[in-house]
Ligand binder design. Structure first.
Ligand code: UDP
Ligand code: MG
Length: 312
């Protein structure tokens, strides 16, 4: 019998988990001739998430869980889930029911009968989100798709069902700084996109502040584009050309109309401008260097403290 693994990253989701479990069980029952495993990844929650996962796995054989030693972030939770999963198909789903489990039917159908390797979801509306956040999100997607060869789809969620082959390819990418949306797209394969309207979470609060999202977007740019590195050289070249023109102009001016002493303010402006650009460029290089530093250290992406096997 074929098996679908459902990976659920959970960080302080004690309120949503029971609701989620009920929903996913309903969906699992409506599948005929398909086995399920639910992998709850407890990402260092400070509430009762772990004990709920333990209880569920005690009473339901399909429930497995992995518990981290601390909070490692959703990317780490996704990776852990993918590594632990054994199903022929693997789904990634949020615990807050923002990813409607009922879409699994359509996803499964897309892979099984329409020949896709992956069926993913994207939101077409951003209802319930502050307008300023939507605005920045739009700008971000425009920018990243200009400067990166890997397509980052606007509004794409992590909610998707993938074939085993695709999952194995994803696991071959051993990078430490993981940006899943980019990785899913980088490995290629045929992806079908399902669109749906934004659903608000059933319980609890979002873990993403504006600042966190902003840092995350910077990380994704560093992970999937090297264009910012080239910007420094382009600006350097531009300034060089401008300075050559300026030198010629000044020489000609001095020879023809003499050299009255002036120009202190303009000089200060130029110094400020050029040193600003230099610091900015060093900062960009620093970003890449810091990521490189973390990659070279080869630290594990997550540390597992407990799984369902430890409690049997
Ligand atoms: N999550 C996680 N680790 C974190 C932050 C979030 O595993 O450090 C999980 C969280 O429990 C949820 C999913 O990632 O299942 C999506 O998080 P959230 O709903 O806060 O994000 P949003 O839907 O607002 O983008
Ligand atoms: Mg959510």
């Amino acid at each position: 019998m074929e098996k679908i693994s459902v990976i659920v990253p959970c960080y302080n989701e004690e309120e949503s988990m029971p609701l989620f479990y009920d929903e996913i069980c309903k969906v699992a029952e409506s599948f005929k001739h398909v086995d399920f495993e639910f992998i709850f990844v407890n990402d260092g929650s400070r509430d009762r998430t772990l004990s709920i996962a333990r209880d569920l796995s005690k009473k339901d054989k399909r429930v497995r869980y992995i518990s981290f030693s601390r909070n490692f972030g959703k990317e780490a939770a996704i990776l852990a889930g993918l590594e632990y999963s054994v199903g022929d198909y693997v789904a990634i789903m949020d615990a807050d029911l923002q990813d409607p489990p009922s879409l699994l039917h359509e996803m499964y159908d897309g892979i099984k009968n329409e020949g896709y390797d992956c069926v993913a979801t994207r939101r077409v509306s951003r209802k319930g989100e502050p307008p300023i956040r939507s605005f920045f999100a739009k700008c971000y997607y425009k920018l990243i798709n200009k400067i990166s060869k890997t397509e980052i789809v606007d509004g794409a969620r992590d909610y998707r069902l993938m074939s085993r082959q695709m999952v194995d390819s994803i696991l071959e990418l051993k990078e430490y700084n993981r940006f899943s949306k980019g990785i899913f797209s980088w490995v290629g394969y045929d992806t079908k996109w399902l669109e749906y309207k934004n659903v608000e979470r059933v319980a609890g609060t979002t873990k993403w502040s504006f600042w966190k999202l902003f840092l995350y977007s910077l990380e994704s740019i560093v992970a999937f584009s090297t264009v910012p590195l080239a910007v420094a050289s382009i600006m350097g070249l531009l300034f060089f050309l401008v300075s050559v023109i300026m030198i010629i102009v000044i020489i000609v001016k001095t020879l023809t109309i003499g050299d009255p002493v002036a120009g202190w303010p303009s000089l200060v402006c130029i110094i400020f401008f050029v040193s600003g650009v230099q610091l900015f460029s060093i900062g960009v290089i620093g970003q890449y260097l810091s990521k490189l530093y973390l990659e070279v250290k080869k630290r594990p992406v997550y540390i597992v403290k407990e799984t369902e096997k430890d409690k049997k």
